[in-house]
Design a protein around this ligand. Structure first.
Ligand code: ZN
Length: 348
């Protein structure tokens, strides 16, 4: 009897082990990225194979915890019960506004910011910044202000600051620095005076995969970064700046970095400008543009095909886009609306 019981317990343990291994297998060793739908704001969650996390931006204030709950739902799917670091690209309300509600739903370790808000003529921005300062004081969360070229201290994630507080890296990335032929066809625009131009932007590397997220960095700063020489080289995955608004995404940036896949965190009526949709879709080497929303402005001609859109025209269900990436540079993009996956082979 004892032997039988022992055999039974042994088999059960084996079953549990096999079952657990199977349940974890799809994501083992992979980087997961969740492009959360915060309706034209930004919120992108990176989760390392070891379960360490970086959230870039937190969506909007108000809306009765809509954005915080969507972020927490993605975090739970990733098996997180805390978010290790939150990077606030800049202090506009569609990026920092969600912080007070987020920290009520899930603990946060460290915040990365570009420095203090200096957009002092805009009530919503000042309010968002004040609410963020209050959270820092109340939660005693750590605040770090990195500079261009710094590597963020995040365990298991290789993220280097490209832009911050209006400055950009001056030294080309190893292997980059070639003359940028797209500068000529990229018009010169006056300096942007808002928080957008101060966006804290990062290049994230996972093995051979390179992911660029510059927040809402503006056209003039793209020129500082990319002309006359291309300081970034090529990237595999581009988080389209500024929700796909025409104030960013100059050819000098988008065409020169040769993105294989671009993901745009636009809303139905925010971002997704026609010139930007066109620039991104014709970027050399682009395999697909994905959008969080169908852009009303883009219409039938300029939007990416429906299968690459998480939320179509009509009632909004807050679908997200999820990326699962391997160190060899290959990755899969999942549309939570359709349930379909598209696989992208490792870059050359
Ligand atoms: Zn924004």
């Amino acid at each position: 009897m004892k032997l039988l019981l022992r055999t039974f317990l042994g088999l059960s343990a084996m079953f549990v082990l096999v079952f657990t291994m199977h349940a974890q297998a799809p994501a083992a060793g992979k980087l997961r990225i969740y492009f959360i739908d915060v309706e034209g704001g930004q919120s992108t969650l990176f989760v390392t194979p070891a379960g360490k996390s970086l959230l870039i931006d937190t969506g909007w204030p108000g809306n009765n915890f809509r954005d915080a709950d969507r972020i927490v739902a993605a975090a739970k799917r990733a098996g997180l019960n805390r978010i290790d670091s939150v990077l606030i690209t800049h202090f506009h309300e569609d990026h920092v506004g969600g912080v007070p509600q987020l920290v009520q739903r899930i603990p946060v370790g460290t915040f990365f910011v570009h420095g203090p808000n200096r957009e002092l003529d805009h009530g919503d921005t000042e309010q968002g910044y004040a609410a963020f300062q209050k959270v820092l004081a109340q939660t005693k969360a750590k605040e770090i202000v990195p500079k261009p070229g710094d590597r963020l201290p995040i365990e298991g994630l290789d993220a280097t600051v490209i832009s911050s507080d209006g400055k950009v890296i001056q030294t080309p990335w190893p292997g980059a620095g070639q003359p940028n032929t797209y500068c000529k066809q990229s018009e010169i625009r006056p300096p942007d005076q808002t928080e957008n131009a101060r966006s804290l932007g990062v290049l994230i590397r996972f093995g051979d995969l390179r992911i660029l997220d510059l927040g809402d960095l503006t056209w003039d700063k793209e020129r500082d970064l990319m002309c006359p020489e291309n300081r970034l080289g090529k990237v595999d995955l581009l988080v389209v700046s500024h929700h796909g608004w025409y104030e960013s995404s100059s050819p000098a940036l988008v065409e020169a970095i040769h993105p294989r896949v671009a993901i745009m965190d636009n809303g139905a009526k925010k971002g997704g400008s026609i010139p930007t949709l066109d620039t991104v879709r014709k970027a050399p080497g682009l395999e697909a543009l994905w959008q969080l929303h169908y852009s009303d402005e883009g219409g039938a001609t300029h939007n990416t095909p429906a299968e690459y859109i998480a939320n179509l025209d009509g009632p909004d269900a807050g679908h997200d886009i999820e990326v699962t990436a391997s160190r060899d540079g290959s990755f899969t993009v999942h549309n939570s609306r359709t349930g379909a996956d598209k696989h992208y082979a490792a870059g050359k």
